[in-house]
Design a protein around this ligand. Structure first.
Ligand code: CAA
Length: 292
């Protein structure tokens, strides 16, 4: 991986779940100093463990030349948001909940230098609305990474109503330095990727709900029939069924179009705590499987 010279000297990541830890890992792999914040110490330790596993795997495959400890040495794990005070870019990757994200944006706006850029990794929530919670809407934008962040090439950059060109350009430069491909989306519910992906996953759930086929056949159909790397139900489990439901609700709310109504089966799964791979059960049972 190439040497990094970036206009952001230090970067903060808020939220150390699947996405936040993946983003921090990739930034550190490219030589950047990162502060990862999560209120929950257990989540922080889990993030560190999953980064170690992921980096080791990438070293094994010859994709990373540095050692795990050198890369992790660039990351500070902190349960105190104040540790982000000096960062020049903060990337929020908290749960897909508008109110939680707005609170974080307000806090970051008060804490960081007035020139710092505030980004959200939201997969569907309005960037314009998050920007309106701050006094720096020109410096607010969406950077939507795909899961698993270390393997997926794409980042969707979302421009809010008032985001200025220089903010978009600076962040696009950073993304090029960490060897991600970018696409640019206007700020409408679901942006580009999830507006197209989620109705497909939801339709696969309706296909199961209506008994048209088994989960295995629905996934096999899409994998072998349309060359998708994962079947739609397997992918929904991988993303997290709670995340899929929130995105569908944002789409439904944003466009008031019935085509985005979440499948009742998805709602029941989420209410029952069957959230997919992360809880060990969703459309499939993962309790016996281990992996990165
Ligand atoms: N870090 C490092 N290595 C990892 C990893 C990670 N985070 N995750 C998986 N790997 C490794 C695996 O351990 C495996 O290693 P081995 O070859 O040594 O076994 C290797 O990568 C390949 O993985 P798999 O064997 O499981 O097989 P794969 O070829 O199917 O690749 C995949 C995995 C890249 C995830 C692929 O299945 C894929 O592209 N799936 C679709 C993912 C996708 O669509 N993501 C976007 C979701 S949408 C989103 O993120 C946006 C949103 O807002 C919801």
């Amino acid at each position: 991986m190439s040497e990094t010279h970036t206009i952001f000297k230090s970067i903060g990541v808020v939220g150390a779940g699947q996405m936040g830890s993946g983003i921090a890992q990739v930034l550190a792999t490219y030589g950047l100093s990162v502060v990862v914040h999560d209120l929950n110490e257990t989540v922080l330790s889990k993030a560190q463990a999953s980064m170690e596993k992921s980096i080791s795997k990438l070293i094994e495959k010859g994709k990373i030349r540095e050692t795990t400890s050198v890369i992790l040495g660039r990351i500070k794990f902190s349960s105190s948001l104040e540790d982000l005070a000096k960062v020049e870019l903060a990337i929020e990757a908290a749960s897909e909940n508008k109110e939680i994200k707005k609170i974080i944006f307000r806090k970051l706006d008060a804490l960081l230098a007035p020139t710092a850029v505030l980004a959200s990794n939201t997969s569907s929530i309005s960037i314009t609305e998050l920007a309106a919670a701050t006094k720096r809407p020109k410096l607010v934008l969406g950077v939507h990474f795909m899961n698993p962040v270390p393997l997926m090439k794409l980042v969707e950059v979302v421009r809010g109503q008032l985001t200025d060109d220089s903010t978009v350009n600076r962040v696009a430069t950073l993304l090029a330095l960490i060897e991600k491909q970018t696409i640019f989306s206007k700020d409408y519910a679901g942006f580009i990727v999830n507006r197209i992906l989620m109705p497909m996953l939801n339709e696969a759930m309706f296909t199961l709900y209506e008994g048209v086929g088994t989960a295995e056949d629905i996934d096999k159909g899409m994998k072998l029939g349309t060359n998708h790397p994962m079947g739609p139900l397997e992918l929904a489990d991988f993303i997290g069924l709670d995340t899929c439901l929130s995105i569908l609700e944002v789409l439904y709310d944003g466009f008031k179009d019935p085509k985005y109504r979440p499948c009742p089966l998805l709602k029941n799964y989420v209410m029952s705590g069957l959230l997919g791979k992360k809880t060990g059960r969703g459309f499939y049972d993962y309790s016996q499987k281990a992996g990165v």
